[in-house]
Design a protein around this ligand. Sequence first.
Ligand SMILES: Nc1ncnc2c1ncn2[C@@H]1O[C@H](COP(=O)(O)OP(=O)(O)O)[C@@H](O)[C@H]1O
Ligand SMILES: [Mg+2]
Length: 400
Amino acid sequence: MIDILLISSGPDRSQKIEQLLEGCGIAHRVRAQHGSVPQLRAHAADIKSADLLIVDDVDLEPHDMVSIEEALSHMPQLNCMLVTPAPSTALLMAAMRAGVRHVLPWPLDAHAFAAELSHVWSKKTAGTRREGRVVSLTSCKGGTGTTFIAMNVAHALATQRGKRVLLVDVNQQFADASLLVADQTPAATLADLCAQIDRLDNAFFDACVMHMNDNFDVLAGAGDPIRAGELRPAQLERVLALARSQYDAVIVDLGLGINPLAIHVLDQSDRICMLVRQSVLYLRAGRRMLDIFNELGYASSKISVLVNQYDKHAPVDLQAFEQSFGTSIAHRFSRDDKQAGAALDQGLPIMSVAKGSALAQDIVAFAHMLSPAPQKEKKGGLARLFASKPRDVPQLKTGH
Ligand SMILES: Nc1ncnc2c1ncn2[C@@H]1O[C@H](COP(=O)(O)OP(=O)(O)O)[C@@H](O)[C@H]1O
Ligand SMILES: [Mg+2]
């Protein structure tokens, strides 16, 4: 049951929204009141007890988001949906910064409205049955090694730490994570799954993922920007909610950059890993990316900066990053062109190609940081992310 507070600027519109709520098939209770964004404070008591605040306001401007931000800052669990005619890009960005993830144009499209409600519903229920942890890897530039590290860390968590792991490829350009572990064409991709989201259950999900070994599955990416453009945040959230309930760890290869879809995934991530390489280009872009994470309200404790292709002779050293970013580097992965290239050519994890290499060891070390062995468990930061559960199992047979 979703508890909804609807604040609307006109009775006709309020009635129309209530009709749509009736038709969307999601259990809810709605309280409707007359008002607009600048008057939100007057409704503070009612907002407090709601799961979803819908504000329908014909005259929304970016500066109105101050009132929304104030309301959301007191109630971090509250979902907020704004409805307004033809929302501008400036309004969308201001809303996103204020923590609003649902902005719909008036007149409302019944299908889009129902999809957003379903997202709020799955978010509410996901919170109660959460098991697995979502770790997203992202970068401000292509070619950083995001896909390579995501896949190898996922593989190491499965094979070295005995975790049940899903790698999800959410790249919105040319998704390629599945190619790093298999030469077969995936039976289905994330786009296929999202296109049939109404069929989503454990069995359908299981039929869509590639089974790499007993513990490690891969959900291939949409494949190209056109298909990725069809992905909807609400669909992706349902996929992640189900994945959480089925796996100990969900590693997301988010690829490059920040956009509304990526922000939805980042919102749901327990940890965000920003990968950089030792080039001056990353100093500025990485700093900006961290600033945006901050503007989006992510706690700095949720963010880890990782250096890939580390070379101690490179002109930009770790200290330069720490000075520019104002945070320490959580981990580094050695540069090894030969073995990384061999792994790529063979479509195998680095552990299968060069187990003893410094790069493979760096990857295993990171898997241990995410999921420490029980006796060595530390109390803070990364160490608790996948804190072992009683059903923690020893390493299972691997397919590679
Ligand atoms: N630590 C590393 N040492 C050497 N080469 C690497 C390393 N990590 C990744 N690479 C190589 O860098 C290239 C880009 O990697 P990729 O994962 O596709 O980057 P991204 O997903 O960030 O665009 C690939 O050829 C990959 O093999
Ligand atoms: Mg990639």
